[in-house]
Design a binder for this molecule. Structure first.
Ligand SMILES: NC(=O)c1ccc[n+]([C@@H]2O[C@H](COP(=O)([O-])OP(=O)(O)OC[C@H]3O[C@@H](n4cnc5c(N)ncnc54)[C@H](OP(=O)(O)O)[C@@H]3O)[C@@H](O)[C@H]2O)c1
Length: 417
């Protein structure tokens, strides 16, 4: 393995970098003259995970930035981040495949949980000391961040920061697809791919809130026990079996809803599996990603095999095809309303984020590798707090499980056919 390919395990932060990309609103803050005690009081230092270019794990650097304390604008809050979510989009972003991420150098991270340290003018319903979860297009992977108050949601007392950081993107995505788009009803059947991943577990839990919903879930075999306990009716090992055949054996007519985060030939298979009146929702292109580095062949194959059909065909087949992208939802009221419902479901014990593992910022390469190598069950969390000596990564995985899985997952092919 070349140096460039080697994961930048347990990075030491690059000290006192001049901040080229401060937490959002800090960008406009006036600089203090350095040296005097007054200036020190008005400066802020924070750790930040910066994507410095596109490529492998080594492109993400842990930097310590120092700049003037932010002058909050109206409607903004300053958040001390305690835990952040790692999403598949950041694996894509690191490879330059996520168009919603600003160009490097940029701090990645779309969700986090923490405590409000300051509020700007006009912020009425949030106050200093509130425990909140926050959503942002990028920039959440840092110790402090300025975010818009309308993208900050209160956390229930009993919710941990890790759970808060795991709730937003996975559950918003799953909820909006299942209930706003597909309108899942009692007695229906749903195919959930990546069923042991963050969105997959969220979607399975949400399906349990509707009576008699049958869930077909594809996942690596070692995760089947966990996802069965979580509500997947029929777990399918897509790596050793043809999932279409397996579903047809159980349900010859197919399924009512397919959630497709894979793209390429899997979208075609999903469409063919739909029963009349069924709906396919395309919401990702994970088949483009086969490992740490960009794979042009896998991208071309996914693009070449994508579903292409006419509206006439849809009419004749009585089927619906839909697309979903959380990042393109600009309806703040829809987001807020959905978050209220999710928090209520959490309070009622009907949903609970499954935390796979938590890594400190220094270990971001390990965290990403866990997802690339298909080892995670549920959410991978990043912790801004510096790692203490001798501390091991907090993982729900059994020690033996990782070893076994790793052997089976090196550089997985995008599509088998
Ligand atoms: N459109 C949107 O708004 C939106 C929002 C959130 C997420 N998404 C999409 O939803 C999907 C799931 O995202 P997530 O953040 O919850 O991730 P995740 O499911 O936790 O991702 C990792 C898991 O996915 C499975 N997997 C399947 N193909 C993979 C591949 N090519 N590379 C690595 N792992 C692969 C592996 O489990 P198994 O081997 O057990 O299957 C792996 O453990 C992604 O495609 C993501 O882009 C879309």
């Amino acid at each position: 393995m070349s140096g460039e390919e080697a994961p930048t395990q347990q990075q030491q932060p690059e000290q006192e970098k001049t901040s080229d990309e401060p937490p959002a609103a800090v960008a406009d803050a006036p600089k203090e003259s350095e040296g005097s005690p007054a200036a020190e009081e008005k400066t802020l230092s924070w750790r930040s995970l910066v994507l410095t270019g596109y490529g492998g794990y080594d492109k993400i650097k842990l930097q310590v930035k120092t700049q003037s304390k932010p002058q909050l604008k109206a409607g903004e809050v300053l958040l001390r981040v305690k835990a952040c979510g790692l999403n598949f989009a950041e694996l894509l972003g690191r490879q330059g495949l996520y168009d919603q991420l600003p160009n490097p150098p940029v701090t990645m991270g779309m969700e986090g949980a923490g405590v409000i340290e300051a509020v700007g003018e006009d912020v009425k319903d949030r106050k200093v000391g509130d425990r909140v979860i926050a959503l942002s297009r990028s920039g959440m992977w840092q110790e402090v961040v300025v975010v818009s108050a309308d993208r900050v949601f209160p956390m229930p007392e009993e919710m941990s920061f890790e759970e808060g950081a795991a709730l937003l993107i996975n559950y918003l995505t799953a909820y909006l697809m299942l209930f706003e788009m597909a309108n899942v009803k009692p007695g229906k059947s749903v195919l959930i791919h990546m069923a042991a991943g963050g969105v997959g577990i969220a979607a399975t839990q949400l399906c349990q809130t509707v009576q008699d919903v049958t869930v077909f879930g594809t996942a690596s075999a070692s995760k089947h026990e966990t996802i069965s306990q979580g509500g997947v009716t029929h777990p399918i090992d897509y790596r050793t079996k043809d999932y279409v055949e397996e579903i047809r054996k159980i349900s010859p007519n197919g399924v009512d809803i397919v959630l497709d985060p894979l793209g390429g030939s899997d979208t075609q298979k999903g469409f063919n599996l739909l029963k009349p009146m069924g709906m396919l929702i395309v919401f990702g292109a994970a088949n483009c990603v086969t490992g740490q580095k960009k794979n042009l062949l896998a991208m071309a194959k996914t693009w070449y095999n994508q579903l292409s059909l006419s509206t006439l065909k849809l009419m004749q087949a009585n089927k619906a095809v839909s697309g979903f992208h959380l990042g393109n939802i600009t309806d703040e009221q829809l987001i807020t309303r959905t978050m209220d419902k999710l928090v209520e479901l959490y309070r009622q014990g009907k949903i609970k984020p499954h935390i796979d593992s938590s890594y400190h910022f220094e270990e971001v390469a390990e965290a990403m590798r866990r997802m690339h190598e298909r080892l995670n069950i549920g959410k991978v969390i990043l912790l801004p707090e510096p790692k203490k000596e001798e501390e091991k990564p907090k993982s729900n995985a059994e020690p033996g499980e990782n070893v076994e899985q790793k052997e089976a997952t090196e550089e997985v092919k995008a599509e088998k056919d």
